[in-house]
Design a protein. Structure first.
Ligand code: ZN
Length: 493
């Protein structure tokens, strides 16, 4: 039996709990919605915070901040004296037709809106709502944390861009050293890149302080979002000039090493953009070089977020492979085109053996790439023993939540065991520091020796298990999740 076959068989065995698992296929839509909302989903590994905000919330903030709306382009504008197409956000809120059109403009609820494809509507929406969120990063984060807590989910790896403009500008100033990566790195150090690390840490302090204030953490009125543990992934821009992308990545590695709240790197923006396609292999070399293939800082890279609608067969033939083998990525965002890659079966087997997780975003792939249902590789990945975890990508633009994605996965054939594994994977394959509570992630039959026989208990017994939880962030989050899972399953017996 091939390695992935054995892993898949073991994974299937572990999906069978002592008592009969809930049969999701027999549930009505209402039952499935309530079930997946209440189910503890461990965490979310693929969440762009700015894309997670619903248009209703942006408009509310715009009214509070006195912004205007250009009703011709249906985009937020700075505070203005209303005239012509520029109207106050408050007047748009009060106008049923304009309010509805604005919500269409800021989301994908009408994929053909403005004559755009779902792909173009999605990626262009960021520019139209950007102004409403720019001064409220703490409110954005607070909203995401509260939304997760209400879904019985308490870990988030949030994608945020630290010191975006200064890093991009520094890259432009230094210029591109024609692929001499060591010279590029030294030139940026000489130009003072490391000074941005301190600025990024201060920016993170301010972000968390604002979010905690919004959530009223530490007061009797504390909102559920205060209970969510958050870590950050450095977003870097794959359509910026090469030197700027490099500067953002270099800053990211330094930040991960300096501040434990920052745990990894991502490359974002449309993977099918001509510049992203032209520079793809160079970007993978940069990540591999700067992170020493993940040894200095782990990477979770958007790769294979492609389909025939937006890419050629040649474009779809190598992106995930290079992300894993050249960049040393430990997680892949999307991987939708993975079965199209050259040597796809061998690559999938390699990823299963190495434990490279795929962050699966079903609704996002449906709306942006027009890949859904039986055409989506979610089942193919599971059958090959690749660890997968469900996530939302950009819940506000797509008008979904994490529970919706779990219900959608069930509608598309996932069992309760698959969903339970997705939830556990969201912590086991997180970039949280420390040894895990399981020695066999994606299978979950073998607890760490220190905690054998105790998983699911209220508190660990004094000794080895308590010591493990005291020193490992990851084990602590897994312990909390297992307690929630036990309570959830017990309530349904
Ligand atoms: Zn994404």
């Amino acid at each position: 039996m091939k390695l992935f076959g054995m892993i898949a068989a073991l994974a299937a065995l572990s999906a069978t709990p002592a008592l009969a698992a809930p049969d999701l296929a027999k549930m009505t839509s209402g039952e499935l919605t309530a079930f997946t909302k209440a189910m503890p989903k461990g965490g979310e590994l693929h969440n762009h915070v700015s894309g997670a905000i619903f248009p209703e919330t942006f408009l509310k903030w715009a009214v509070e901040d006195g912004l205007c709306v250009d009703v011709a382009t249906l985009a937020f504008r700075p505070p203005c004296t209303p005239a012509g197409d520029l109207k106050s956000a408050a007047s748009v809120l009060a106008n049923d037709v304009l309010r509805s059109a604005l919500y269409d403009s800021l989301s994908t609820r009408q994929p053909g809106f403005g004559g755009r494809s779902g792909h173009d509507q999605f990626f262009s929406a960021f520019n139209r709502f950007g102004l409403a969120g720019d001064k409220r990063p703490g409110d954005e984060l607070a909203q995401v944390l509260d939304d997760l807590a209400r879904q019985n989910t308490f870990y988030l790896e949030a994608m945020v861009t630290p010191q975006a403009a200064p890093a991009v500008i520094l890259g432009v100033q230094v210029g591109w050293k024609d692929g001499d990566l060591a010279a590029q790195k030294q030139a940026l150090i000489d130009a003072g890149l490391e000074k941005l690390v301190g600025a990024a840490i201060a920016q993170t302090d301010a972000l968390e302080g604002a979010a905690r204030e919004t959530l009223k953490c530490g007061t009797p009125q504390a909102r559920p979002g205060c209970q969510v543990t958050v870590r950050y992934l450095v977003q870097t821009n794959r359509v910026a000039p090469l030197a700027s992308t490099f500067a953002q990545l270099q800053l990211g590695v330094a930040l991960v090493q300096a501040d434990k709240r920052w745990v990894g790197l991502h490359l974002v923006a449309p993977e099918d953009h001509p510049s992203a396609l032209a520079n793809y292999s160079q970007h993978m070399k940069m990540v591999g070089f700067l992170t020493e293939q993940g040894r200095l800082a782990p990477a979770a890279l958007h790769a294979g977020e492609l389909s025939f609608k937006y890419a050629t067969p040649a474009d779809m033939s190598f992106h995930v492979g290079e992300a894993v083998r050249v960049a040393g990525a430990r997680r892949i965002g999307h991987g939708t085109a993975l079965p199209h890659e050259d040597g796809a079966e061998a690559l999938a087997a390699e990823m299963a053996a190495k434990g490279v997780l795929v962050e699966v975003n079903l609704t996002s792939n449906d709306v942006i790439l027009e890949v859904s249902g039986a055409h989506h590789p979610y089942a193919w990945l599971r059958e090959r023993g690749l660890p997968v975890s469900l996530s939302t990508d950009d819940a506000g633009i797509l008008r979904i939540d994490l529970s919706h994605e779990y219900a959608r996965a069930a509608d598309e054939g996932a069992s309760y065991g698959d969903l339970k594994r997705s939830a556990r994977n969201a912590i086991a394959y997180s970039f949280l520091a420390g040894e895990g509570l399981w020695t066999d992630p994606n299978i979950y039959r073998q607890p760490a020796k220190a905690c054998a026989g105790q998983i699911g208990a209220e508190t660990p017994r004094p000794g080895a298990c308590a010591d493990l939880l005291a020193k490992s962030d990851k084990a602590r989050e897994q312990w909390r999740h297992e307690r929630l899972l036990k309570a959830f399953e017990a309530a349904r017996r």
